[in-house]
Design a protein around this ligand. Structure first.
Ligand SMILES: [Zn+2]
Length: 93
């Protein structure tokens, strides 16, 4: 009998360049080397490492993925969300 390791696919967040991302519609674990397309549009091959002592610094949020995820899930987006463009002041008439 095998010891199954159960993984919540909604909690799988690829990390690249110190930022954690989201992958839309992940229906199975990616295979090592399989190209992952993140919701922000970045694309990298999958690699697996153990969390914990290997991680030297905590990854930060990819705000573009967060914005895309919120929009896809119907979650309200605050007007000051970091991935939204900064509104320019209107010129005075
Ligand atoms: Zn991202």
């Amino acid at each position: 009998m095998n010891a199954r390791i159960m993984i919540d696919l909604t909690a799988v967040h690829p990390v690249t360049n110190g930022r954690w991302h989201r992958v839309a519609n992940l229906h199975r674990m990616p295979r090592p080397g399989e190209q992952l397309i993140m919701m922000c549009g970045e694309s990298e091959p999958a690699e697996f490492v153990a969390a914990g002592p290997i991680i030297e610094t905590a990854p930060t949020t990819c705000w573009r993925c967060d914005l895309a995820y919120r929009r896809a899930a119907g979650i309200p987006v605050r007007p000051d969300h970091p991935a939204l463009p900064v509104p320019r002041p209107r010129p005075h008439a």
